[in-house]
Design a protein around this ligand. Structure first.
Ligand code: FES
Ligand SMILES: [Fe+2]
Length: 364
C-alpha cells in the first residue's frame, strides 16, 4: 500500500484503495427513509437497499435477490417483508431470512427459512444509518456476534443542537481521508494565506489511531471565535481513528462543540464526506444553526471543489509523495491501515505504528 518509505517521502497510490471491512460505515441519512419506502445506497462497492420495519428497526440488505439477482428494491415492502418482484420470494429484511417461495408445492421438501438474503447489521446514530460491513465471502454473521461500538458524535450536555453536512468526492477513500487530516491546504483552499505561520503540535497514539492533543486553537475558525466570547480557556482535541473517522472536540468551561467527520467509500473511486456536529454554544441565538451550516457548507464545498480538481490529475495515475512533517499524519494513516489489514489476516492485535508521543512542525 505504501510504496518506498523514506523519512522524507512516501508514495501514495492514486487509483483504487484497499477497503477496510468488519466495521461500521454511514450508508445514508435516516431522513432518506420514509414510511414503507425502500432506499438504495452504495457502500464499499456493495449495492444496498435500506428501510425501516413496522417496529422502527432499520434494515440494510444487499440489493440483489439471492434467487436470480434482480435488485430487491424493484419489489415491494409492506412494513414486515420485502417481496421480490420476479418470483415473489419474501424476506424478513432485518435477518434476511426467506419466509415464502410462492412456486413451492406441497410435494416440495425445500424449506424457504433455510435461505437467507444478505442482510447487514444496521443502526441509527446522529441521524446516520450505520451499516456494519463484514469481510466479503465470510458467510452470514451470527446474530450474537460481538461487533465494535457504533460511532457517535460525543456530547457533553443534555441540551444541544446538531447539524449534518455532506459532499460526494470523486476520489478513492485514501485521498478523501488524507485530505481530511491535511494541515497544509488550509491557507490555500480555505483562503487564509495571510495568516500562515509556523505551528507546533503534539500527537500521541490512541486505539486504532492518533490524537492531536489538547491545545489552545489558533483563533481563525468560526466555532473557536464563537466559543471565545465566554472568556475561558479553550481546549481542543482532534482524533483520527480507523477506518475513516475524525473527531474534533472543543471545550470551554461547560460550553462545547464536537464533530464527527467520516469519509466513506461508496462506489469504485468515489467516496462521501459526512460532517455531523453537535454543540451547546449560543443555544439562545435564533438562526445560529442555519448560519453555522452556511459557513460549514462553504468550507466543505471548498474541499470538495479542490478534490474534484485533484481527481482530474489522479485520472492519469501520476506518482505522488508525502513530505514531513505536514504529511506525517497521512503516513500514519497508511501505516495504521496496513497494520489493521495485517491484524485482520493474522488475528494478532494491531501493531500500532507510533511508539509514543511525537511533536510535528509545519507552517499553515
Ligand atoms: S429473482 Fe427474486 S424471486 Fe426470483
Ligand atoms: Fe479543508
Amino acid at each position: 500500500m505504501i510504496g518506498e518509505v523514506t523519512r522524507a517521502q512516501v508514495t501514495v497510490p492514486a487509483s483504487s484503495a484497499t477497503l477496510l471491512y468488519d466495521d461500521w460505515y454511514p450508508a445514508l441519512r435516516a431522513s432518506d427513509i420514509s414510511g414503507k419506502g425502500m432506499t438504495k445506497a452504495m457502500l464499499l462497492g456493495i449495492p444496498l437497499v435500506l428501510g425501516r420495519n413496522a417496529d422502527g428497526k432499520y434494515f440494510a440488505m444487499r440489493d440483489a435477490c439471492p434467487h436470480r439477482g434482480i435488485p430487491l428494491s424493484y419489489g415491494w415492502f409492506d412494513g414486515r417483508q420485502v417481496t421480490c418482484k420476479y418470483h415473489g420470494w419474501a424476506f424478513e429484511p432485518v435477518s434476511g431470512q426467506c419466509r415464502e417461495i410462492p412456486s413451492l408445492t406441497s410435494q416440495d421438501s425445500l424449506d424457504p427459512t433455510k435461505i437467507y438474503a444478505a442482510a447487514f447489521p444496521c443502526e441509527e446514530r446522529d441521524g446516520h444509518v450505520w451499516v456494519y460491513v463484514p469481510q466479503p465471502g465470510r458467510g452470514r454473521l451470527r446474530p450474537e456476534a460481538e461487533l465494535p461500538a457504533i460511532p457517535e458524535v460525543p456530547k457533553f450536555s443534555a441540551k444541544y443542537r446538531a447539524a449534518h453536512l455532506w459532499a460526494d468526492l470523486p476520489c478513492n477513500v485514501d485521498h478523501g481521508i488524507i485530505g481530511l487530516m491535511d494541515p497544509a491546504h488550509g491557507p490555500f483552499v480555505h483562503n487564509a494565506r495571510h495568516s500562515i505561520h509556523e505551528k507546533t503540535k503534539q500527537f500521541e497514539p490512541i486505539e486504532n489511531g492518533f490524537r492531536m492533543t489538547a491545545h489552545q486553537p489558533s483563533a481563525n475558525s468560526a466555532p473557536y471565535k464563537l466559543l471565545g466570547v465566554y472568556g475561558q480557556p479553550i481546549t481542543t482535541t482532534i482524533d483520527f481513528a480507523l477506518p475513516n473517522r475524525r473527531y474534533e472536540i472543543i471545550r470551554c468551561g461547560d460550553k462545547w462543540f464536537a464533530s464527527l467527520t467520516t469519509v466513506t467509500p461508496t462506489a469504485d473511486n468515489n467516496c462521501r464526506i459526512d460532517v455531523c456536529a453537535a454543540w451547546n454554544i449560543l443555544l439562545h441565538v435564533p438562526f445560529f444553526t442555519p448560519v453555522a451550516k452556511f459557513f460549514g457548507r462553504r468550507f466543505v464545498r471548498q474541499d470538495q471543489l479542490t478534490m474534484i480538481q485533484q481527481a482530474e490529475g489522479l485520472k492519469y495515475n501520476p506518482s505522488l509523495m508525502l513530505i514531513d512533517d505536514a504529511d506525517r499524519p497521512a503516513k500514519w494513516y497508511f501505516e495504521l491501515k496496513q497494520a489493521r489489514l495485517e491484524s485482520q489476516a493474522s488475528g494478532a492485535p494491531l501493531r500500532h505504528p507510533m511508539s509514543g508521543p511525537v511533536t510535528l512542525r509545519w507552517r499553515s
